[in-house]
Structure formats: structure tokens, C-alpha cells
Design a protein around this ligand. Structure first.
Ligand code: ZN
Length: 347
């Protein structure tokens, strides 16, 4: 697992061109409604959704790479020749939006915060990574020219190849932010059918949106819902996320398509909500005791009921994010002066 949602940019983008082709087919959820559930280790990384209407097609998220977007388009063409008129991005993370360029003639829709982050974080990150990689290529080539040891030459050549692959990948990638940037909810209507684009509150990021199809009782939840997986919380709002999942569960729906993992039921969303609630419940007493972040990260283990979840390596970051939020609340609630005393008591 190396690129679930927010990417450790240099490492993961260097891997981008090496991702295996994803041949996942569209899974039919209802007439005209499909999910493309993909491997986190392929070129697509995050799931996508497809809604085929009378005149057009709506796509929800576009995978991690232009190649992933192309494979999504091929999968769509296996079920319909209709034009893709709408693309809805669940949030700004690259594994959900870097296939956007494949759907250049569609209306690109996302939250205003997602657009902000594509412009302020994703684009600069790509440019910065490209500059770093170019500099590394120069250094590696110089080192290779001077190196005589065959083993070291082989290693240097491999590093040069990886970076060259990345630069070629970056030259193919055209980061495409949402053109229609929503501050709240919206409804897209095509013929007789409605699709509701819903902002349910902060969670995985502060710009997550879901797509709700009331007639089919289906929700494409994007980053809000990780099914049987520990979430990436790099940009998350953990306590808000608990509330947001509560609102997601209030929708009259039966099938919930996560950003990562298999298509789930309401019960699966409840399980994910319970994971976050349990995380809060085990971190809160340690915050109250004044335990240090290092201590709590070392001592807290993932509860047994979540030991089968994917991406176990993300659990320490989940603990740390929850700790930071609960600690901030605790400090705010303390009378002035007590904070210092408490901090001194902490080991
Ligand atoms: Zn994400």
C-alpha cells in the first residue's frame, strides 16, 4: 500500500508510472448505475462510480493517473456509447482526480474547498516534485559517470530509470481542478433522474462530497467512507468526521460505494463510524491523563475487531490525529495557567 488518498508525493509519484494496469470491470449496482472497485496497488488506486442517464453519463471520481482514467473510460464504453457530460470529484486527493483530464469535455464538479486544494496544494506539489526529480537526475547521472563499481552502477541506473519514468508520467499529467466549485449541495437532473451532490460536513478532508441517487438508494461516498480499511487521515477532521458519517447514515440508501474497499451496506458504514468512535474512546483517557504523544503512539494497539482492516500501517497516524484534536479541545477548556502545570506533569 503506497498511495491511498493523500500521497507521500515524491515516493508515490515515482511509483506512478510503474503501477500495474487495472482491468477492473464495472460492477452493476442498479440499472444504469455502476461502481468500479479497484486495487489500491494498480494505476487506478481509488474507486469510481458511473451513472448512465438517457442522454449522458456522469462519472464520480476518475482514479489516480491518466492511464487509470483511460481504463475507466474503456470500462464505460463497454456498457454505453453515451457522452460523459459530468465528472464529480469526491475531494481533491490525487488518487481521485488525476484521471480528470481524460474527461476534458465534461463539466467538472467539486467542492470549493476541493478546488482550492487542487490549486494550492496539488499543482504546487507536482511542480515541486518535478523540480526535485530533475535535480536528482542530474546528480545521479554525474555520480554514474564517475562510478566504476558494477553493483553501484546498476543501482544508480535503476534510480535514474525510476526518475525518468516519473518525469515522463508528470509530462502526461494535466491537473484539472473542478470548474464548477460548490459551496453547498447541488442537484444534477438528466431526464427524469436526480443525482444529489451533497456536502455532509468535514471528515476525510474539509471538502468531501458524496453523490446520492435516491431512486436507486445508492451513495457514492468517496473519501467519507473507507470500507474495512484504516483511513488516511493526513488532511482529516476526526471529530467532525464522526458527525458527518452520522449524516451519511441518515440518507435513505442501501448501497454505499467507498473511496477504498468493496461496495458496502449501511452496516459497513456503521462499522467504520464505530471504528472512529472507538479510536476516540481509547485516545481520550490518555489525553486526560496527560500522556505524551510518543507514549500513546507506542502503547495504543489497534482494537481486535479492526485487526482485519486493510492499511494497518496507518493506525499510528490515526491515533496521532485524534490525539491532536482532543488535546486542542482540552487545552481550550482549561483555565489559564493550568495548561502549563498539566504539561509539566506529562511524562
Ligand atoms: Zn483522500
Amino acid at each position: 500500500m503506497h498511495s491511498i488518498c493523500r500521497l507521500p508525493v515524491l515516493v508515490c509519484l515515482l511509483c506512478a508510472s510503474a503501477h500495474a494496469k487495472d482491468n477492473a470491470k464495472l460492477a452493476k449496482l442498479a440499472d444504469g448505475v455502476y461502481a468500479r472497485v479497484v486495487s489500491p496497488d494498480g494505476e487506478a488506486v481509488a474507486n469510481a462510480g458511473v451513472v448512465v442517464w438517457d442522454q449522458s453519463v456522469l462519472v464520480f471520481d476518475t482514479h489516480f493517473t491518466p492511464e487509470g482514467g483511460n481504463s475507466l473510460l474503456s470500462a464505460i464504453r463497454s456498457v454505453t456509447p453515451k457522452p460523459v457530460r459530468y465528472v464529480v470529484n469526491s475531494h481533491w486527493h490525487p488518487d481521485h482526480v488525476h484521471g480528470n483530464q481524460v474527461f476534458a469535455s465534461a463539466q467538472l464538479i467539486g467542492s470549493a474547498n476541493a478546488r482550492r486544494d487542487v490549486m494550492n496544494l496539488d499543482l504546487p506539489s507536482l511542480n515541486r516534485t518535478t523540480r526535485i526529480t530533475q535535480a536528482q537526475m542530474k546528480d545521479l547521472r554525474n555520480a554514474l559517470a564517475k562510478e566504476t563499481d558494477p553493483e553501484k552502477r546498476r543501482s544508480l541506473s535503476e534510480q535514474i530509470k525510476n526518475r525518468n519514468d516519473y518525469l515522463q508520467y508528470a509530462s502526461r499529467l494535466k491537473i484539472s481542478p473542478p470548474i464548477i466549485a460548490l459551496d453547498g449541495n447541488a442537484t444534477i437532473r438528466d431526464g427524469k433522474q436526480d443525482a444529489h451532490v451533497l456536502f455532509l460536513g468535514a471528515g476525510h478532508t474539509d471538502g468531501d462530497i458524496a453523490l446520492y441517487l435516491p431512486a436507486q438508494k445508492i451513495v457514492f461516498a468517496g473519501g467519507i467512507f473507507f470500507n474495512s480499511a484504516i483511513p488516511n487521515v493526513q488532511d482529516a477532521f476526526m471529530l467532525d468526521w464522526i458527525q458527518t458519517l452520522g449524516r451519511l447514515l441518515q440518507l435513505d440508501a442501501e448501497k454505499f460505494v467507498p473511496g477504498h474497499g468493496p461496495v458496502g451496506s449501511k452496516k459497513d458504514v456503521e462499522n467504520f463510524l464505530h471504528y472512529l468512535e472507538d479510536l476516540k474512546a481509547i485516545v481520550a483517557p490518555a489525553v486526560e491523563r496527560g500522556d505524551s504523544l510518543e507514549q500513546i503512539t507506542r502503547e495504543l494497539k489497534i482494537p481486535a475487531e479492526y485487526s482485519s482492516y486493510r492499511f494497518q500501517n496507518l493506525f499510528p497516524s490515526n491515533v496521532q490525529k485524534m490525539y491532536a484534536e482532543l488535546k486542542a479541545i482540552r487545552l481550550q477548556s482549561m483555565p489559564q495557567g493550568e495548561e502549563t502545570e498539566s504539561e509539566q506533569r506529562a511524562p
